[in-house]
Design a binder for this molecule. Structure first.
Ligand code: SF4
Ligand SMILES: [Zn+2]
Length: 153
């Protein structure tokens, strides 16, 4: 099980007066999701929350203003968590910038060890950075496709 992250203390959805909206975070219909998304829009820890969901491959429920559909698209996975390559490319989960604004890079893992590096995706517009192999694959695939298109022209 996950530990509750520190930023949870400042979460809009954790305020007693907002607990009545808890089910809206797990609703499927857009009209029922709306109150949850509204809270995320006012939430001071929205980016921490989105980052936590992406780094933990959490695609059930709304996190950081991202619906399950948007989380799956960002992670480039289907509803079962399996990688979906070359379907719909990720948008920035921080500012909704297009895939063309996303890049990947290899960074050192804070904990070091045998697998001492990892690939992250970052947004060149809002500087949001997250770690997901499947997102990175999709972003790399997007740029290869664009490069190929330019070479064919
Ligand atoms: S961004 Fe949304 S889901 Fe995340 S802590 Fe804030 S209100 Fe809750
Ligand atoms: Zn961005």
């Amino acid at each position: 099980m996950w530990e509750t992250p520190d930023w949870h203390e400042d979460a809009e959805c954790a305020k007693p007066e907002n607990l009545k909206y808890s089910e809206n975070f797990y609703a499927n219909k857009p009209s029922q999701q709306y109150p949850a998304l509204k809270l995320c829009g006012e939430c001071p820890v929205r980016r921490d929350c989105a980052l936590w969901a992406l780094n933990n491959k959490q695609t059930w429920g709304i996190w950081g203003g991202l619906t399950p559909k948007k989380l799956r698209r960002t992670l480039s996975v289907n509803w079962a968590g399996q990688e979906m390559r070359h379907k719909r490319f990720p948008l920035c989960p921080g500012c909704a910038a297009k895939t063309s604004s996303l890049q990947t890079k290899v960074v050192d893992r804070p904990e070091g060890g045998r697998w001492s590096t990892m690939k992250v995706v970052y947004c060149t517009e809002c500087k949001f950075v997250w770690q997901s192999r499947t997102s990175a694959n999709a972003v790399d695939a997007y740029h290869s496709q664009e490069e190929k298109k330019n070479n064919d022209d």
